[in-house]
Design a protein around this ligand. Structure first.
Ligand code: GLN
Length: 286
């Protein structure tokens, strides 16, 4: 593609043809062209016949080549939207998934009425980019949301996202699971922990190949971290506070059992937008 007068429409058409291995070539190529042109998506719709400068064209060709090699679009443009919040992403942690928004919806529905929500706040374990914590902080501006992640790079990234979004009620701490919040009690605990079995073939496919295994894989068929959180959270939840965790599509029953065995009540599994079991929740009522 060397024609200096290539139009936007022609560039989109050419780009799509290069991305035969992507699940979403049309969307990918739009995001990459917007990034190369430093313009919003509406610009592409408004000016399909506008010619692209040779220099921007060269940038675009390079971005498409990276995507064709499998690199996730979110890593190429260093950004992904979650709960309508633009978040910076990098290879230190997971790229936020749309299905995780179901966890945010459940949290808002179940915990908004907790009488101690403002005083005690919310804990997000394994906060990664900060997606869940920041979504909740944006919806509950008067509630303190604490995110914890074991990776210093992820904590730094989440803190940057929090600063960019001016969500001063969200804070991020480095440490293993509950260690940084020892002795505290919360009105809600949420987590999207690693839950994939090390032998799962999905780990060798698509965008997941570019994400850190530490954020994806857990022992005991993916249940080890879910079990640890379910057991330990009882020490950190106020009465009538919810624990809400994301998990794999085949782990619903196992996670319900974990919660029930640990004494939670009103245990329930909620499906994601694809109709798969994805979120299980329980209320701590000692
Ligand atoms: N939902 C992600 C996936 O299937 C995994 C997220 C996680 O392990 N927490 O790729």
């Amino acid at each position: 593609m060397t024609d200096p007068l290539l139009t936007i429409a022609a560039a989109l058409n050419w780009g799509q043809k290069q991305l035969t291995h992507s699940d979403s070539p049309a969307l990918d190529v739009r995001v990459l062209l917007c990034f190369a042109l430093e313009k919003p998506d509406s610009y592409l719709y408004t000016w399909p016949d506008r010619a692209i400068e040779p220099q921007q064209q060269a940038v675009f060709v390079d971005l498409v080549a990276r995507r064709a090699q499998g690199e996730p679009v979110a890593h190429i443009v260093c950004q992904r939207e979650f709960w309508s919040l633009p978040l910076m992403v990098n290879s230190s942690t997971l790229i936020p998934r749309p299905d995780t928004e179901v966890l945010v919806e459940q949290a808002l529905m179940l915990a908004s009425d907790h009488p101690m929500l403002r005083q005690a706040g919310v804990l997000d374990l394994g906060s990664g980019t900060g997606a869940i914590a920041l979504a909740l902080a944006s919806e509950w501006p008067h509630v303190r949301v604490t995110g914890v992640d074991v990776k210093p790079e992820a904590v730094e990234l989440a803190q940057c996202n929090s600063n960019n979004l001016k969500l001063g009620n969200a804070q991020f701490k480095q440490g293993s699971w509950f260690d940084p919040v020892a002795g505290q009690k919360f009105a809600l605990i949420v987590s999207n922990p690693p839950y994939i079995d090390a032998d799962d073939h999905h780990l060798t496919e698509g965008d997941v190949r570019f994400e850190p295994l530490s954020a994806l894989v857990a022992k005991e068929k993916g249940l080890a971290d879910l079990a640890f959180i379910a057991t330990q959270a009882t020490e950190y939840l106020l009465a009538n506070a919810w624990l809400i965790m994301e998990h794999g599509f085949a782990q619903g029953e196992a996670v319900r059992n974990l919660l029930t065995q640990n004494g939670y009540c009103d245990v329930n599994t909620v499906k994601d937008y694809g109709g798969n079991d994805r979120i299980t929740l329980g209320k701590w009522n000692p």
